[in-house]
Design a protein around this ligand. Structure first.
Ligand code: NAD
Length: 506
């Protein structure tokens, strides 16, 4: 059976029906007929059964994307842009349902999910605007010749997406891929497939040709690995853990696919002695509690100047006391659950490790009054933690931070850079010279000064070291979805036989 509509959400029952993969313009079951459950992290209850796609489904999706790749490449950029704008309008029209699905599946509290979905058209519009503007350059070469470059799409691109910002991360890579003439096969994370399937329905309604955009749901080691290993996939954008990023890179190496990696982090929030402490506390809390700490740029290492450490900790405690943790659909919730039982067990295990590595300053348990069955955890802060502690070095991906005091910039920079990660840093203070000279020395892909991370389509995002390669967003992302063709034309109209590049006889 093949249908053009997927997913019906029952918001009261918190369930959804008809989850099907989207291949070649139609919603179909996985070839094997297999499914797996996706759960509401607020309750632990099953929302829907999702198709368990495998290599057979991936082959079909990639074949469809390959079949239309040339036609899509040579579709006028202005027409591709028009479709992206039509898709943006569809997202706006269906924003409420998309936000509810996202909140239900990923555990973002509803108001945050609405904010995130509301922002998605920005990414679609940004890349729609650029579709007919990015291009190559002319090159001065010796002789009467015209030399230039053309930027061409890669062809079939794979988009392997994590569960923390399912729709935003899908869109931030598929929007440039589509705008620049690539076709897409998306593999959402197994915990959060639903918004991608709803989005596929909107892609279809917006009028994209069949095969240009496909979604295969399933496990990483099955559907994900088949996609990364597929010889007809020319480019892979992988967003996820550093460990899986290494596995995907190895699979891609067999067929020399271009790989963009947006990986993990262990980011610092750095508080200078002249910082506005209320602002600094707010940035710190946003840094490690946003989406319950499940954010790649999460500021889980708080470097607070020794002169203000005690005052900072007092204010931090008061701010955390007022944080409302609970069911994401309840009014006033500011922090929802972790995404899954697996993630809950992982974070709890790090908290137990932290108790042996430092002193528990705040939290560490289950929030009072949290709904039964959900994966809720208190914001948790450790002090007296050495830089070598596991909780200070490893990505926990939960609302767990360690506080480290510092006295000199040299000592601070050495501790911050002593990490396999290099994604992001937040600096808070008033002396801009001091802030900028420290920012220059940090081995990270992005810095915010006196602000918390706000993802935007126009600012490049990505990491140094084991936090990734390539950049999403901004003009820099063009390189991740294009390849360069160089063309030289002999304007003499005939071959000047027997000369090499410098015009000398061969
Ligand atoms: P993950 O690595 O477990 O999974 C990511 C995706 O890869 C999922 O779709 C998964 O099914 C798939 N996958 C798993 N094994 C695979 C394999 N062998 N081959 C191909 N695909 C496979 O990551 P996660 O737990 O879903 O997400 C959390 C991680 O993502 C964190 O480390 C976080 O820092 C990172 N992240 C990074 C960014 C960024 O922009 N740098 C953004 C969001 C999340």
């Amino acid at each position: 059976m093949s249908v053009t509509q997927s997913l019906t959400l029952d918001p009261d029952a918190r369930t959804a029906e008809n989850a099907m993969i989207f291949v070649d313009g139609a919603f179909v079951a996985a070839a094997s007929g297999g499914t797996f459950p996706t759960v509401d992290p607020n309750t632990g209850k099953t929302i829907a059964q999702v198709p368990r796609a495998d290599g057979t489904d991936v082959d079909r999706a990639v074949a469809a994307a390959k079949r239309v790749a040339v036609e899509w490449q040579f579709t006028d950029a202005i027409a591709r842009a028009g479709l992206l704008r039509a898709l943006a309008a569809k997202v706006t029209e269906h924003a409420d349902e998309l936000a509810r699905l996202e909140a239900l599946d990923s555990g973002h509290y509803l108001a945050k999910a609405q904010e995130l979905v509301g922002a998605i058209p920005l990414w679609l519009d940004y890349w729609a605007s650029l579709a007919d503007k990015v291009g190559g350059r002319t090159i001065e070469v010796p002789g009467n010749k015209l030399s230039f470059t053309v930027l061409e799409p890669l062809g079939v691109t794979a988009h392997i997406v994590p569960w923390n910002y399912p729709l935003l991360i899908l869109v931030r890579s598929c929007a440039p891929a589509l705008a620049l003439g690539n076709t897409c096969v998306v593999k959402p994370a197994e915990d959060t497939s639903l918004s991608a399937l709803k989005f596929a329905e909107l892609v279809s309604e917006a009028g994209f040709p069949d095969g240009v955009f496909n979604v295969v749901t399933g496990y990483g080691t099955e559907a994900g690995a088949s996609l990364a290993a597929h010889p007809d996939v020319a480019g892979i954008t992988f967003t996820g853990s550093t460990e899986t990023g290494k596995a995907v890179t190895k699979l891609a190496a067999d067929h020399i696919a271009q790989v963009n990696l947006e990986l993990g982090g262990k980011s610092p929030t750095i508080v200078f002695p002249d910082a506005d402490l209320d602002d600094a506390v707010e940035a710190a809390v946003q840094g490690f509690c946003s989406h319950t700490g499940q954010v790649c740029v999460a500021g889980t290492r708080l470097f607070v100047h020794a002169d203000i450490r005690d005052e900072f900790l007092g204010k931090l405690t008061a701010r955390l006391d007022s944080t409302q943790v609970g069911d994401g659909f309840a009014d006033g919730t500011q922090m929802g659950p972790l995404v899954s039982q697996k993630q809950y067990d992982r974070v709890r295990s790090y908290i137990e490790t932290g108790k042996t590595e430092g002193t528990l300053h705040y939290g560490g348990g289950r929030p009072a009054g949290a709904p039964d069955g959900g994966y809720f955890i208190e914001p948790t802060v450790f002090v007296d933690v050495g830089h070598d502690a596991r909780i200070a070095r490893e990505e926990i991906f939960g609302p767990v931070a360690s506080v480290h005091s510092w006295s000199t910039e040299d000592e601070l920079v050495e501790a911050v850079n002593d990490s396999i990660y290099g994604l992001f840093a937040v600096l808070l203070g008033r002396d801009i010279t001091r802030l900028l000279s420290t920012a220059r020395r940090l081995q990270v892909g992005g810095v915010m000064i006196n602000d918390w991370f706000g993802e935007l389509p126009m600012t490049p995002h990505g990491g140094h070291k084991q936090s990734g390669t390539g950049r999403e967003e901004g003009l820099e992302a063009v390189h991740g979805y294009t390849q360069v063709k160089h063309v030289t034309v002999n304007l003499d109209g005939s071959l000047r036989a027997g000369t090499d590049w410098a015009g000398a006889p061969l």
